[in-house]
Design a protein around this ligand. Sequence first.
Ligand SMILES: [Fe+2]
Ligand SMILES: [Fe+2]
Length: 182
Amino acid sequence: MNSFFTSKPKPELPVWLQQDMRSNHAGETGAVFIYRGVLAVSRDVQVRAFAQTHLETEEKHLALISRELSVSQRSVFLPLWKLAGYLTGAIPSLFGSNAVYATVDAVETFVDQHYLEQIERLQQEDIFPELRGLLERCREEEIIHRDEARNADRSDRNALLLAWCWLISAGSRAAVNLARWR
Ligand SMILES: [Fe+2]
Ligand SMILES: [Fe+2]
């Protein structure tokens, strides 16, 4: 076959990077479901517009990350990440717009750091520049999401909301560890 029609096989990623990419795929899957959860529950016009535009970005991220991982390299816990994401969006939506914005702020603050750690390691090891570029573009959009949520949030964080946001950060860390493993 003409070489024009055959795509070059992708070089094998080192194990640590496969693990990180599996956690990225799990995270972007969860992100899509966060906004589906918001849209299933919230009737707030502003929140729905916010969730709709973020959902489109997360679907794009998921498609981009999916291209870098074979199906067998993906997390075996994907149903759990979908459920966890859905609840992460649906539960605060029951409590109003500020709870949604605070939740997205907490999630994206975590994701920003998660991507940054990988970008820095790729930079240090000077490998896979295209993949690093992909992670940098995703990270930039996560930061935009974080700032949009932060600017829209008009709440004084009460104890319950602070505890919820802490749970979101701790849960995200645990989810990354589990998804890196399987
Ligand atoms: Fe994303
Ligand atoms: Fe995001």
